[in-house]
Design a protein. Structure first.
Length: 95
């Protein structure tokens, strides 16, 4: 889940800056294929690699982590509401 959110955040930021995968991979000194896999949540990156990618995107690492934290919190809230709804629906049916 975390790697998926990190990848989604990297892609959102890259696209908002109108950069291509090729441009970011060259600036971050990471292969195009690996960067693509990171964005799709298929690979995990070390903190050093994330920092290199953030430098290529002209952002601080904490900006990426803040974005990811908010995305995870939103996912958690939706999951909690869904769970509560299902529990309430199940209780209503049983009554």
């Amino acid at each position: 889940m975390l790697r998926v959110e990190i990848g989604a955040a990297l892609r959102r930021i890259r696209m908002s800056k109108r950069l291509t995968l090729r441009q970011v991979s060259a600036l971050a000194n990471v292969s195009l294929g690996y960067l693509s896999e990171l964005e799709r949540g298929q690979k995990e990156a070390s903190s050093e690699l994330l920092n290199s990618i953030c430098n290529a995107l002209a952002i601080d690492l904490h900006v990426l982590l803040y974005d990811v934290a908010h995305a995870l919190e939103a996912t958690k809230s939706v999951t909690t509401l869904t769970t509560l709804h299902r529990a309430t629906a199940h209780t209503d049916i049983a009554a």
